[in-house]
Design a binder for this molecule. Structure first.
Ligand SMILES: *Cc1c(COP(=O)(O)O)cnc(C)c1O
Length: 557
C-alpha cells in the first residue's frame, strides 16, 4: 500500500458568521463614556444631512455581533477546509506556489515597519526608501535592465503599465503603431492588458496539438472561470478561430512572425518561458527582427523562477519586462493577493516609468547622485539620502496609490538577501530539475499525453488529457480526484490550445518524495478509472460543485 498525505481527519462544521452572533456581543471592550456627549449635546449623526443617513429599521446594518474568539475560530476553521502551501504540495502551473520561508513574514511584520503611515515624509522613512532603492539594484543586476518601478500591484498591472509605456514611447516619437503581436503560447492576461492599454492584440500561431481544443473545451474553461481572459476566449469561439492547423512546435515560428511584421507593430509581447513550459529558444532572433522594424520587445517574466540567476533578459534583447514578486520572490499569494508586478526597462524608456520613483543623492543637502550599485547590496558605503520624486519627463503618471505593495517588496528583498547571491541561481536550477524529473517519471504511463516528448521543459510541464480520456476520465475528474490524495490540483484547461491541459509546476521547494507521491497518485487515479474519478472528491467538506451555477448565482446566506 502506497502512502499518500490524504485528507481525512478532524474537520469542523462551520456556520456563517452572521448566524453566530447575539445582540450586543462585541469583540472589544471600550470603557463607558462618562464625559457626557462629545460636542454640545450633539452626536455625529446631527452633523450629517438626513438624506445620507441609513434608515435603521428599513435597512439595518448586517454586521455579525460576535466575540474575538468566535471570529478567530471561524476563519481558522474555514481555512482548514482548503489546501494551502503550508499544508500540501501545490503544483499549480504558472502560479509558482513555492513554499515561502517564514523569515520573510517575520521581517514584513516587524512593528516599526508595518505600522508606518504611508504619508510620512522622506526624512522619516529613509530605511524604507533605501530598501526599495537597493532592491531595484538587485533586480537590475539579475535582469540586465536599468530601472524598475514597483508601483504595479500585480503581474497583469505590470503588463498594463508596460503597454502604457510603449504607447507613450511611440506617441512621443510621433509614430502611429497600434499592433502588439502575441504568440498563442502567452499568458491570457497579455492580450487583455495590451487591449486595455489601447493596442490591437494580434495572435501569432505557434503550436496546435494534433487534437486541438474544441469549442466545447474552450467553453468549459471559460465557464469554470479560469484566468482573467474569458472575453478573449469567447471572442475566439465566436470567430471560429480555434481549429487552425499549424505544424510548428511550441516555439515562436520565425517565418510566421515575418508575415506579421510591419510598421503598425509597436511591440511583441512574449511570455517566457511560454505557457507550454518552454524557453523561447528563438528569442534573440525574434528580438533582432522586431528591433529592425523599430518595434519593442516586451517580456512577461512572471515565471522568472525558471531562469533567475542563470541568464539576463537584456542579453536576449528584451526592452521592457515585468516580474511577479509574489511568485518568484516568495510571497504567499492566493485568493487574489497581495502582489507586486514590478516593471523593468532599458535606459531609453526610464523617463516613461510611472511616478513616484526613488532617487538617491550623496546627502540631504547636495545634489550629487549616488551611484546605483548593481548586485552590491546593501549599499551602505555611500551614505545616501533618498527621496520620492514625482517629476519625470514623459511619465505615464500614477498607476497605484502611494508606492505600491511595500510589504511584498520587503518580503522579496528579504528572500534574496537570506539566500545570498551565490544561491539565487539554484532557485531556477532546482525548479527546472524538479519539473523535468516529474516529466520524465510520468513518461512510462503518460507518454501519449506529452505534447513535447522530445523537449526539456523549464519550471513546469504540460500534459494533454489523451491518457486519462482513454479511461473516461476528464481533466476535471482528475483534478478533483487528486484532492482526496492530499494534493492541490495542478492548473487545468490552460494553455487553451493543449487538449484538456494539465499544467504541473512542482517548484524548487519540493522534495523527491513529495513529487514521487504525487506521480503515484496520478497513476493510481488512472488505474481506478472513470467510476472512481467522476465521483471525486469524497473526503472534502464540500463535494463537487456546479461551478457555473456557483459563479453565476453565488449564495452567501
Ligand atoms: C501569473 C501570471 C500573470 C498574471 O499575474 P497576476 O499577478 O495574477 O496579475 C501573467 N503572466 C504570467 C506568465 C503569469 O504566470
Amino acid at each position: 500500500m502506497k502512502k499518500f498525505p490524504g485528507t481525512s481527519g478532524l474537520v469542523f462544521n462551520e456556520d456563517l458568521l452572521l448566524n453566530q452572533g447575539s445582540k450586543g456581543v462585541s469583540g472589544i471592550n471600550i470603557p463607558a463614556n462618562n464625559l457626557g456627549s462629545a460636542h454640545m449635546g450633539k452626536t455625529a449623526k446631527d452633523y450629517i444631512d438626513a438624506k445620507f443617513l441609513r434608515n435603521e429599521k428599513k435597512s439595518p446594518l448586517l454586521l455579525p455581533e460576535v466575540s474575538e474568539s468566535t471570529v478567530v475560530r471561524h476563519f481558522t476553521r474555514l481555512s482548514s477546509w482548503n489546501i494551502c502551501v503550508d499544508t500540501a504540495f501545490y503544483p499549480l502551473g504558472s502560479c509558482t506556489m513555492k513554499y515561502n520561508p517564514k523569515i520573510n513574514e517575520t521581517i514584513a511584520s516587524l512593528s516599526n515597519i508595518k505600522n508606518l503611515h504611508p504619508m510620512l515624509p522622506a526624512d522619516y522613512i529613509q530605511p524604507i526608501l533605501k530598501i526599495i532603492y537597493d532592491f531595484n539594484s538587485l533586480l537590475c543586476g539579475l535582469t540586465g535592465l536599468d530601472e524598475f518601478t514597483f508601483n504595479p500591484q500585480a503581474g497583469a498591472a505590470g503588463e498594463f503599465t508596460g503597454m502604457k509605456i510603449i504607447k507613450k514611447y511611440f506617441e512621443v516619437k510621433n509614430e502611429r503603431r497600434n499592433i502588439v503581436l502575441i504568440p498563442d503560447s502567452s499568458h491570457g492576461t497579455n492580450p487583455a492588458s495590451s487591449y486595455i492599454a489601447g493596442f490591437t492584440p494580434v495572435e501569432l500561431k505557434t503550436f496546435f496539438a494534433a487534437q486541438h481544443s474544441s469549442s466545447e473545451e474552450l467553453q468549459n474553461a471559460h465557464d469554470s472561470g479560469y484566468g482573467h481572459d474569458s472575453a478573449y476566449i469567447v471572442n475566439k469561439i465566436k470567430n471560429n478561430d480555434v481549429n487552425i492547423k499549424n505544424k510548428s512546435n511550441g516555439y515562436i515560428d520565425i517565418n510566421e512572425l515575418k508575415k506579421y511584421i510591419n510598421k503598425d507593430v509597436a511591440a511583441i509581447m512574449i511570455t517566457n518561458p511560454n505557457t507550454f513550459g518552454l524557453f523561447e529558444k528563438n528569442i534573440r532572433e525574434v528580438a533582432e527582427l522586431i528591433h529592425k522594424n523599430g518595434s519593442l520587445v516586451y517580456m512577461d517574466g512572471a515565471n522568472f523562477n525558471a531562469f533567475i540567476g542563470n541568464c539576463r533578459v537584456s542579453d536576449f534583447g528584451v526592452d521592457i519586462l515585468h516580474l511577479n514578486l509574489h511568485k518568484t520572490f516568495s510571497t504567499p499569494h492566493g485568493g487574489g493577493g497581495p502582489g507586486s508586478g514590478p516593471v523593468g526597462v532599458k535606459d531609453f524608456l526610464k523617463e516613461f516609468l510611472p511616478v513616484p520613483y526613488i532617487s538617491a543623492k550623496k546627502q540631504a543637502t547636495n545634489d550629487v547622485p549616488c551611484a546605483s550599485n548593481n548586485e552590491q547590496v546593501p549599499n551602505d558605503e555611500q551614505d545616501c539620502y533618498y527621496e520620492l520624486k514625482n517629476e519625470r519627463e514623459y511619465s505615464i503618471g500614477r498607476i497605484s496609490s502611494f508606492y505600491g505593495n511595500f510589504a511584498v517588496i520587503l518580503r522579496a528583498y528579504s528572500y534574496l538577501l537570506s539566500l545570498g547571491r551565490q544561491n539565487i541561481s539554484k532557485i531556477s536550477e532546482l525548479a527546472v530539475l524538479n519539473a523535468n524529473y516529474m516529466k520524465k517519471r510520468l513518461k512510462d504511463t503518460f507518454l501519449e499525453s506529452d505534447p513535447f516528448p522530445e523537449e526539456l521543459c523549464m519550471h513546469e510541464c504540460v500534459l494533454n488529457d489523451n491518457v486519462f480520456r482513454a479511461e473516461g476520465i476528464s481533466t476535471l475528474d482528475f483534478a478533483k480526484s487528486i484532492i482526496d490524495y492530499g494534493f492541490h490540483p495542478p492548473t487545468i484547461y490552460f494553455p487553451k490550445n493543449i487538449h484538456g491541459a494539465i499544467m504541473i509546476e512542482p517548484t524548487e521547494t519540493e522534495s523527491i518524495k513529495t513529487m514521487d507521491s504525487f506521480i503515484d497518485a496520478m497513476k493510481e487515479i488512472k488505474k481506478k478509472g472513470n467510476k472512481y474519478a467522476s465521483k471525486s472528491p469524497k473526503s472534502t467538506k464540500t463535494k463537487r460543485l456546479n461551478e457555473v451555477l456557483a459563479n453565476k448565482n453565488p449564495v452567501f446566506k
